[in-house]
Design a protein around this ligand. Structure first.
Ligand code: S3P
Length: 438
């Protein structure tokens, strides 16, 4: 799919599913590959990012049988990985490359990790620094700031690390390295980032303790952990977020998204959208793989702008592009800030430029943006049709598709193939909602 055409004029109606959570799928593959025995990972994310992590483990000597519905992972135990014969390509995935670097730092072999052009621009120093403190030998461009990274596996020692950024990728890279280190590693972060690693550790029985804001993990567990007979990955909240905003801003919509992960470290968008006036209900709450899950029903509603405080940033981090679309059509001003320049694209620059071309009123700040909504007291505003492009960022592409639904003529989005990284069936799912019979 080189470009995507969005034809507005119809509401979004019906019941859909979204792919399995991308963050949890990466972690499920990693931890079942290190388990003792054969695990099944069901409803996993078949986006390119997670398939790259799967291929990485196949190259590290782990047998993984793949079908559309599930992965069967033949875990090799904590010390069972073997040296790959070539570089590991993590594609577009920041989570893949950062978590794997942490994991591979403590092996007794050599690996090279790389990725696409976007990955080779993204900061790696944030994980390389604590890993080097643990004794890791990692080389990379700009002193280890940029991939490709060459990891000469070595004997690691535990550290006490206060991460300067609330980042689940930093936290998880250190936790994975800590499994192979001697002693007890302690890690704190300025605010709680997504806690999928911690939850999956607990689900699989990997010992991890929390003392106030500090996570503690003892390295080199003597017996490892058992495989998961059936680990069902919850639906990806970040994929659902696209339709939560879509159903809200397109008049006459009524959408139910089934089986979505509602981990509170991910659902900042629900808090923000509720404060903006959205009509969102969480139904049929339950738990899967140690994660809270619900069906989410959304009906269209009129929105007003809000200020998003720093306390909401970690749990909204991937939703700022789609939140900008909501803000652009709402009534009043929305202030957005966060670590948005170092994602799959510089999201402050890319989202501002693309939505401005569609008539949105956005001012860029160095750490965020101010959006003056086009809505009135009676109605949400409408954007204008334009020819946009994703800048290689899947979340920008999907957000522009929703923006296009509020316009009065078709919108064309170029470079839409990047949607494959997280949501290969996105266009199909959107068409399903647009053509639901009433
Ligand atoms: C992720 C953590 C977040 C998020 C990314 C996925 C993860 O990144 O933006 O899409 O799976 O750990 P940071 O750790 O850089 O905040």
């Amino acid at each position: 799919m080189a470009s995507l055409t969005i034809i507005p004029g119809r509401p979004l109606r019906g019941t859909i599913s979204v792919p399995g959570d991308k963050s949890i799928t990466h972690r499920a593959i990693i931890l079942t590959a290190l388990a003792n025995g054969v695990s099944t990972v069901a409803r996993y994310c078949r986006g390119e990012d997670c398939l790259n992590t799967m291929r990485a483990f196949q190259n590290l000597g782990v047998r993984i049988d793949e079908s559309v519905e599930e992965l069967r992972v033949y875990g090799k135990g904590l010390w069972g990985l073997t040296e790959p014969s070539g570089p590991i390509d993590c594609g577009n995935s920041g989570t893949g490359i950062r978590l794997l670097t942490g994991l591979l730092a403590g092996q007794d072999f050599f690996t090279v990790l790389t990725g696409d052009e976007s990955i080779r621009r993204r900061p790696m120093g944030r994980i390389v620094k604590p890993l080097r403190e643990m004794g890791a030998t990692i080389a990379g461009r700009k002193g280890g700031e940029l991939a490709p990274l060459a990891v000469m596996g070595s004997r690691l020692r535990a550290i006490t690390y206060a991460s300067p950024v609330a980042s689940a990728q930093i936290k998880s890279a250190v936790l994975l390295a800590a499994l192979f280190a001697e002693g007890t590693t302690r890690i704190t972060e300025p605010r709680l980032s997504r806690d999928h690693t911690e939850r999956l550790f607990q689900f699989l029985g990997i010992a991890l303790r929390r003392e106030g804001p500090t996570l503690l993990i003892d390295g080199r567990p003597s017996v490892g952990w058992n495989a998961a007979p059936r680990l069902v990955v919850p639906g990806d909240f970040s994929a659902a977020a696209i339709f939560i905003v879509g159903a809200t801003v397109v008049p006459g919509s009524d959408v139910t998204i089934q089986q979505v992960g509602i981990n509170p470290t991910r659902t900042g968008l629900l808090d923000v959208m509720t404060r903006m006036g959205a009509d969102v209900q969480l139904l049929n709450r339950r738990e899967e793989a140690g994660e809270p899950v619900a069906d989410i029903r959304v009906k269209s509603a009129r929105l007003r702008g809000v200020a998003i405080g720093p306390e909401l940033i970690p749990q909204t981090i991937d939703e700022f592009p789609i939140l900008c679309v909501a803000a652009a059509v709402s009534q009043g001003e929305t202030i957005i800030s966060g670590e948005l320049r170092v994602k799959e694209s510089d999201r402050i620059a890319t989202v501002s430029a693309e939505l401005r071309a569609m008539g949105a009123q956005i001012t860029e700040k160095h750490d965020g943006m101010v959006v003056r909504g086009l809505g009135t007291t009676e109605d949400n505003g409408r954007l204008q049709a334009a020819r946009g492009r994703s800048h290689g960022d899947h979340r920008v592409a999907m957000s522009l598709a929703i923006a296009g639904l509020t316009a009065s003529a078709p919108t064309l989005i170029d470079e839409a193939a990047c949607i494959e990284t997280s949501f290969p069936a996105f266009h199909h799912t959107l068409l399903e909602l647009l053509t639901e019979r009433r």
